[in-house]
Structures are given as C-alpha cells and as structure tokens.
Design a protein around this ligand. Structure first.
Ligand code: ADP
Length: 215
C-alpha cells in the first residue's frame, strides 16, 4: 500500500501565470528509496514543498495514508509525519548536534521519556558517536552536519523522510556514506525515503526514479 500518493498534482506561481507542475502522479511506498530528478527549474523544490506540506497545490492531491493532506492538520503532518532534510541543513550552528536533535523533538510536540537518550540513538544511527554529538555543529565537517540534519529529521520517528540534494555539497566518499545511511533507513527501518537530486550517481542508487519534465 502507498504511504504517499500524488494525484493529478498541479502547481503554479503568480496566480496561475507561472505553471510549474502539471498533472504529477507519483506513488511512494514504505521500505523503498525514491529519487525525484529533473533539470534546474523543473519544479523539484516546489514538489518538495508540496509533499512536505509547506504549501498547498493549485489542483490535485497529496494523499498521506489515505488522507488528503490539504484537509488534515498540516502543522501536525509537517512536525510529526514527514521528516525533511534541507539542502542548507537548517541547523543551529552554535548548538551541539545533540541539542539540535533534542530541539526538533521539542518542536514536534511528541512526548518522550528520555529525549536525550533517544537523540543520542538517532545520532548513533547516522554514525555520530557521543563525542561528536556533544560538539557544536559549526565544529563539524559538511558530511557530519548532513548526518546531523538526517538525525534531526528522524528525531520524531516519521515514516517518510524527504531530503533535498542530500549529497549536493559532499565529496564522493561522503556521498556514498550518506546514501548508505538513507538506504538503510528504507531497507532496515521501513521508512519511505525520497531524495530530490541532480546527481546521476544518487539516482542510480535508489529503487525508483521519478523525473520531472520542464514545462
Ligand atoms: P528546481 O528545484 O527543479 O530547480 P523550482 O521548484 O525551484 O525548480 O522552480 C521551478 C520553477 O518555478 C522555476 O522556473 C522557478 O523560476 C519558478 N519559481 C520558483 N519559486 C517561485 C516563486 N516564489 N515565484 C515565482 N516563480 C517561482
């Protein structure tokens, strides 16, 4: 069964004057990895905003677990059901990796007995040990910051993880390490992992590739 379905999805900017997405029909299942590819300007970032509930479609539906996302509590959907890994990481650089993950749990509103223990577990999952977890983000490498961003997206245990160019600023070896983590989230933890990417090597490394054609 699909966890997420895009049904006849349309999106235009400027009150319909700039059509970007036209009749998009994509399906996503748990336990699989997906790449959304397309040339610059094809609408990848726009689609990510629609899937993650940051904006509403002009027409058509984003369906999560059988429910039209425009009709459910989008605040809750964004903060509990979908984990977004932003291209720019969006981490607070002066806080530690651990504090960034704990903050995300707090923002989600999900109650946890031992937030610190859970946050450390999520950081361990992305191969950051306790010493790294307690380091300020600005003292971590790009690849490590990317992994903190993934741990943060995982912090409230969403079933869907969507990552915007997760390997965009990384060298090849680091890209491989990050892809291994993202693939493991699907194959071992049963998450639905969606990656928005330019990278052909990333697209070759997923279960399903969806291409956005430029209008
Ligand atoms: P991609 O991520 O694939 O590069 P985007 O989703 O960022 O594509 O953009 C798709 C198209 O929509 C581009 O032509 C872009 O110029 C346009 N666009 C993006 N954001 C806006 C906006 N806020 N207002 C008007 N047009 C926009």
């Amino acid at each position: 069964m699909n966890i997420l379905t895009l049904e006849h999805l349309y999106y235009s900017y400027d009150n319909g004057k700039t059509p970007v997405l036209k009749d998009i029909n994509f399906e996503f299942e748990k336990g699989k990895t997906y790449a959304i590819v397309g040339k610059s300007g094809a609408g990848k970032t726009t689609l990510l905003s629609l899937i993650s509930g940051l904006c509403k479609s002009s027409d058509g539906k984003v369906i999560y677990k059988g429910n039209d996302v425009s009709k459910i509590d989008r605040e809750k959907y964004r903060s509990q059901d979908i984990g977004v890994v932003f291209q720019s990481f969006n981490l607070l650089p002066h806080l530690t990796a651990l504090e960034n993950v704990i903050l995300s749990i707090d923002v989600s509103g999900i109650k946890m007995k031992d937030k610190k223990k859970h946050a450390l577990e999520m950081l361990k999952k992305v191969e950051l040990d306790e010493a790294k977890a307690k380091r300020r983000v600005l003292k971590l490498s790009g690849g490590e910051q990317q992994r903190v961003a993934i741990a943060r997206a995982l912090s409230y245990n969403p079933e869907v993880i969507i990552a915007d160019e997760p390997t965009g600023n990384l060298d090849n070896a680091t890209e491989e390490a990050v892809m291994k983590i993202l693939k493991g989230l699907a194959s071992e933890d049963g998450k639905c992992v969606i990656i928005v990417t330019h990278s052909p090597s990333v697209a070759q490394n997923v279960d399903v590739v969806y291409e956005l054609q430029q209008e």
